[in-house]
Design a protein. Structure first.
Length: 241
């Protein structure tokens, strides 16, 4: 019997992360306050819109917002780090936006009587470099590091992606993986290879040399490919991060 594992819906994981950190009532109260104060910064927003990579907030109508589509940057950061995703300006997105996304933008602009700006996309790194379709999410900024989810399209992520990307979250995670791999490789060395009865000291020496070999390969691959950890690349616009 073949075991079927369901794929990971990144929107549901993002919502789960948000619900762990804040209640719906407190979320709506904070967003309401942001929108009430948004008129005070009109001139600053217009000035920022003329500059590249400026921070933008949109004048949404609070009563028309859906609370389950509002996310804070901290929740987005956590999901990016766990699944090795990027959260970048939509201008870096190399794939084609589906017509459904464009229609939802138009519908939101009509409902909120405003022109939306400052779009962001959360997606795997490769979608910012080549054509593909793995679970991109399109956001518009509300203000104060809150973002409104406009549209999700494409396929869900591989169910094991979080596990596969765990070693790349940080240097500590990578070292733990390298130690585990080195230990397993040391156990696979035949006991009588170097002496008739292997001592603990000899095993530790084999483990040490295995770790140097595995770590050397990891460092070589990392430098050769220009790779970095999830915590560093989640909002990086550079191609080889």
């Amino acid at each position: 019997m073949k075991l079927k594992i369901s794929r990971t819906n990144i929107q549901s994981r993002l919502t789960h992360q948000r619900n762990k950190q804040t209640s719906e009532e407190s979320l709506l109260q904070e967003v309401c306050q942001i929108l009430q104060n948004s008129g005070k910064s009109d001139e600053a927003i217009l000035k920022n819109l003329q500059e590249e990579n400026s921070e933008v907030s949109n004048n949404f109508i609070f009563d028309e917002l859906e609370s389950d589509r509002i996310y804070h940057i901290d929740q987005i950061y956590k999901i990016c780090v766990d699944y090795r995703l990027r959260f970048l300006d939509s201008r870096y997105f190399k794939s084609t936006l589906p017509s459904e996304a464009l229609q939802k933008i138009k519908a939101l602009e009509k409902t909120h009587q405003t022109e939306l700006k400052g779009f962001k996309i959360l997606a795997p790194s490769k979608l910012f470099k080549l054509e593909n379709a793995d679970d991109p999410l399109l956001f518009a900024p509300i203000g104060n590091d809150y973002y409104y989810l406009i549209h999700k399209w494409g396929n869900d992520l591989h169910p094991l992606r979080k596990m596969m990307m765990w070693p790349f979250k940080s240097l500590e995670n990578l070292i733990v993986l390298l130690l585990a791999v080195s230990f397993l490789l040391a156990l696979m060395v035949p006991e009588g290879l170097f002496s008739q009865h292997q001592t603990t000291t000899e095993f530790l020496m084999i483990f040490f040399f295995m770790f140097k070999w595995v770590a050397g390969l990891a460092i070589f691959y990392g430098f050769k490919k220009g790779k970095n950890f999830n915590t560093e690349i989640w909002n990086s616009k550079f191609y080889n991060a």
